[in-house]
Design a binder for this molecule. Sequence first.
Ligand code: ADE
Length: 243
Amino acid sequence: MIEAYVGESILGRAIKKGVIEVEAVNIRDFTDDRHLTTDDAPFGGGPGMVMKCEPVFKAVEALNARRNGAKPRVLLMTPQGRRFDQKMAEELARENCVIIICGRYEGVDERICEQLVTDEVSIGDYVLTGGELAALVITDAVARLLAGVLGDESSPESESFSSGLLEYPQYTRPADFLGSRVPEILLSGNHAEIDKWRRKQAIIRTFKKRPDLLQNAPLDEKDKRYLRELQANEVDEPKSTTD
Ligand code: ADE
């Protein structure tokens, strides 16, 4: 699952260029019984299976040994963890290396959480069948912040969340699609005015779609004044115009 995703598209290209490395480790390779057992019934009874300590500890130790004992952060994907967001992606992008353990079945032996894991991480309040998709979400969100992964290196800064606001609306050709026209200002060539318009749009969008983000967004005095106008309902949502 992991290799199939990271081998494609933007991540695949970054890996080929040698900008990032992603290695999928199969914990079955760290079992020593005939059945390659990685899980077992829970002590105390109950449904489901629990991931065993030995293969997970051995896998992480093997990875650390290859890094001369340097101990990277060890993330465990679990719906019980800290909610992943852009801030955490930025935090992880500053690490040299991260190990992600994909939880499965009913859970993992608690000693893995206590002794091996540095961060329990959830990608949202819902339960997946396993941690692989969650690990891929994190890998993708972190990798694209690293220099050389995206073609246009300036793009992560202007996008949703990194400025604390949602992104302004974007349009491309044609300027008129079935009578629906892009806002005239974008065709004006006046970049100072376009920047102002975009800033306002970002504030409007955030106000409408994710007002919770406004509490922590860095807003200057002009932004705040505009926001107060919005709150007082004095501003209509700008739209593409229709004849
Ligand atoms: N494993 C199962 N559900 C998950 C979730 N929501 N986030 C992270 N890992 C998970």
